[in-house]
Ligand binder design. Structure first.
Ligand SMILES: [Zn+2]
Length: 167
């Protein structure tokens, strides 16, 4: 009897852990970062780095603020994660990013040998998958389309707002 109850408790705990550690949960965190970029007048892209079910880095696009074309959310998340881990390799890490990385970021992800990249919306104009040749590391798993509508709406609203300001 006692062991049954323990098993139920464990099951319950597993369910909670699943909801905390779900892809959707992490992508929501990345979208929160993208929202911060939006509010700061930056193209709204956010990224979260996960290692062993823990968020080890959060970042959003800061190109305007830092006057730095390399300050994409992914680059900032990669650097922060490497500092946190004290390692240049992120082969145990997963990146959640709201928009498809550009070729620069995909190149940096290649060098980091990241385990997994989970992407929200596609970027038809600047996304790395337009390059034609594989850019990411062969060991890196990639998936597209997680909560892509939320990411797209944010980007669309951003450019609408920018156009509005120019009038
Ligand atoms: Zn980029």
């Amino acid at each position: 009897m006692g062991s049954d109850r323990k098993r139920n408790d464990d099951q319950y705990k597993d369910q909670i852990m699943l909801s905390i550690h779900s892809d959707e949960h992490y992508m929501k965190q990345a979208l929160l970062e993208a929202n911060k970029a939006f509010e700061e007048g930056e193209i709204p892209v956010g990224a979260i780095m996960i290692c062993q079910n823990r968020i080890i880095a959060r970042a959003h696009n800061q190109v305007e603020k830092l006057n730095d074309v390399t300050a994409h959310a992914e680059m900032l998340a990669i650097t922060a994660a490497q500092n946190y881990l004290g390692s240049k390799y992120l082969d145990e890490c997963t990146l959640y990013v709201t928009l498809e990385p550009c070729i620069m970021c995909a190149g940096a992800l290649f060098w980091s040998q990241i385990k997994k990249v989970i992407i929200g919306a596609r970027d038809e104009m600047r996304g790395f998958s337009r390059a034609g040749a594989p850019v990411l590391h062969p060991k890196t798993e990639v998936s597209f389309g997680l909560m892509e509508n939320d990411a797209e709406i944010l980007i669309r609203n951003f450019f609408k707002k920018m156009r509005g300001n120019n009038n």
